[in-house]
Ligand binder design. Structure first.
Ligand SMILES: Cc1ncc(COP(=O)(O)O)c(C=O)c1O
Length: 475
């Protein structure tokens, strides 16, 4: 039988001391080594629970786009489904059916011409969905090139330098040259003309983001599509668009129904979203959809046995929790269109109100106002040099608020901002408490003679809004 933990003192402070506060015998637990023996479940629970107390409070996390609140019924369903593996479609056919229904609902929400022929799947989040979207673009481009007898060894992907880090990963992992359009002046995201200027015969697609991780602004998808239509008319180059709607694909359909960004634009080949962002599910689910079967090359699709039949799957993972997919279906059923619209409108109301209040508080001004995504970025005025956004971020952390500060990428690396993400569960009351803390913090910081922190002391919680280097374009 495995020996119990020896009751001895911590080794050089590296082991965890579990002294008799748990009314059990004193023992130490190795931190980085598998313990030799067992311990009581309640002791192990207490040790883990206590360590986690030092994590930030998720509800005060204004950095993340990912849900930090869910209804008790959604959590109940997730607990009921915790043993279900999404890949076991044959064993859990009802879960597989709920996934399919979610795909159909999203296809309709994103105006696919024929929702029954749109293809799609759940993923672990937008990052995996972006990899799948990018892979499909790459494969389609390669097929077109080979069919035309042209070389297919130097693919590139055009996008704004503001894309989330997942696109940098896609380019790196799948060997595609990333062509980033830099920011310029007050243009903090991709512009249509600038996107087209970087396209050539090796461009597998353009990524348009709805909306930007850096400041919450929507990119002009319809303008980009029109500029690419024009490019095709002039040169014959047919460059598809993938819309990264990690957040916005679950905001725009409800709050901006007239905005053209989705499958209504024939050039939009695929769209991703994070179910765990404004889809309102706890972390662990995303969605990728293609406008039709033609947009998703069949040789990327694997087939699994499903109810004795055949089920196509497209995923990077094999095993994956089914609970989040079930929770997504619950949310769709529970909220319906009106419920989502009400939740998202409340987030936008809170964001726009907060952005306006901060804009009126010296020495800040807002770059965006929370009117696209319920997300906004604000900065310290140029003529003020008593403290930096990094000082503000650190000071707010003292009262529990996590508000990221970071600098913008090229060509606006001179710009340092703070960003607030308003999510379901961050209502007007919490926003008021945040504003009180920001006022108090600002007053205190204004007595500082000079800044204490710069970008090197920024905490790393910008949620993927890290600057990238715009490489010289290869010719
Ligand atoms: C625009 C955008 N794309 C992709 C991602 C990555 O999403 P996920 O965290 O679901 O992988 C994010 C995350 O913030 C994002 O803002």
């Amino acid at each position: 039988m495995a020996p119990k933990h020896p009751p001895r003192a911590g080794r050089g402070g590296r082991d965890l001391e579990v002294n008799p506060i748990f009314t059990r015998e004193p023992l130490t637990v190795p931190r980085y080594r598998l313990p030799a023996g067992e311990m009581e479940p309640s002791t192990a629970y207490q040790v883990v629970h206590d360590e986690l107390m030092l994590d930030g409070n998720a509800r005060l996390n204004l950095a993340t786009f990912v849900s930090t609140w869910a209804e008790p019924e959604a959590r109940m369903l997730m607990a009921e489904c915790e043993a279900k593996n999404m890949i076991d479609k044959d064993e859990y056919p009802r879960t597989a059916e709920l996934e399919l229904r979610c795909v159909r609902m999203l296809a309709r929400l994103w105006n696919a011409g024929d929702p029954h022929h749109a293809v799609g799947c759940s993923t672990t989040g937008s990052s995996e969905a972006a990899m799948l979207g990018g892979l499909a673009l790459k494969r389609r481009w390669r097929e077109r090139r080979r069919a035309a007898g042209e070389p297919a060894d130097r693919p590139n992907l055009v996008m704004g330098v503001n894309v989330q880090i997942c696109w940098e990963k896609f380019a790196n992992y799948f060997e595609v040259e990333p062509r980033y359009v830099p920011m310029e002046g007050d243009r903090y995201h991709l512009g249509a003309r600038e996107a087209v200027e970087l396209c050539d015969e090796n461009t597998i697609g353009v990524v348009a983001v709805l909306g930007s991780t850096f400041d919450g602004s929507y990119e002009p998808v319809a303008d980009i599509a029109a500029a690419l239509d024009d490019l095709q008319a002039r040169t014959g180059l047919d460059v598809p668009i993938h819309v990264d709607g990690a957040s916005g694909a679950m905001i725009a359909p409800f709050l901006d129904p007239d905005l053209l960004w989705d499958f209504r634009l024939p050039r939009v080949a695929s769209i991703n979203t994070s179910g765990h962002k404004y889809g309102l599910v706890m972390p662990g689910v995303g969605w990728a959809l293609w406008r039709d079967e033609e947009a998703l090359p069949d040789d990327l699709v694997f087939h699994v046995n499903y109810l004795g039949g055949d089920m196509p799957t497209f995923a990077l993972n094999f095993s994956r929790p089914g609970a989040q997919v079930v929770a997504q279906y619950y949310n769709f059923l529970r909220l319906g269109f009106d419920g989502y619209r009400r939740v998202q409108q409340t987030c936008r109301d809170v964001a726009t109100r907060l952005a306006a209040e901060i804009d009126g508080l010296y020495p800040y001004y807002r770059l965006t106002g929370g009117g696209d995504l319920p997300v906004f970025a604000f900065r310290v005025r140029e003529d003020f040099d008593g403290f930096t956004v990094y000082d503000v971020s650190a000071a707010l952390r003292e009262s529990g608020w996590l508000v990221p500060a970071y600098s913008f990428p090229e060509n606006r690396t001179d710009l340092d901002v703070l960003r607030v993400v308003v999510r379901n569960g961050f209502g007007h009351d919490l926003a008021e408490l945040f504003m009180d803390d920001l006022r108090r913090t600002t007053l205190r910081l204004r007595s500082q003679k000079q800044p204490h922190r710069d970008p090197r002391q920024a905490s790393g919680f910008a949620h993927g809004a890290e600057p990238k280097k715009v490489q010289a374009r290869k010719v």
